[in-house]
Design a protein around this ligand. Structure first.
Ligand SMILES: [Zn+2]
Ligand SMILES: [Zn+2]
Length: 80
């Protein structure tokens, strides 16, 4: 069974800040002539890119937690 949960990476917006330009939409020192700024080639100047975690849907399918995961953490806590 899988349920849809809000994507933690983009908070359900479906897009995340561009890693390459930090959300500015432009890159300094890239253009050789002109103003010295050029549009980011990753987000095309928007500053945001489609969330790669949810593919832009804002939600991800999450498998229900099963007992295997919990037993793993229990063992870890007891190992002291
Ligand atoms: Zn960018
Ligand atoms: Zn997302």
């Amino acid at each position: 069974m899988a349920q849809q949960v809000e994507c933690e990476r983009c908070n359900g917006r479906g897009e995340v800040m561009c890693d390459r330009c930090g959300g500015a939409g432009s890159l300094p020192g890239f253009a050789t002539w002109g103003g010295g700024f050029t549009s980011c080639d990753v987000c095309y100047g928007s500053g945001y890119i489609t969330c790669y975690e949810c593919n832009g849907s804002g939600y991800i399918e999450k498998e229900d937690d099963n007992d295997e995961d919990k037993s793993f953490f229990d063992e870890f806590e007891n190992d002291e």
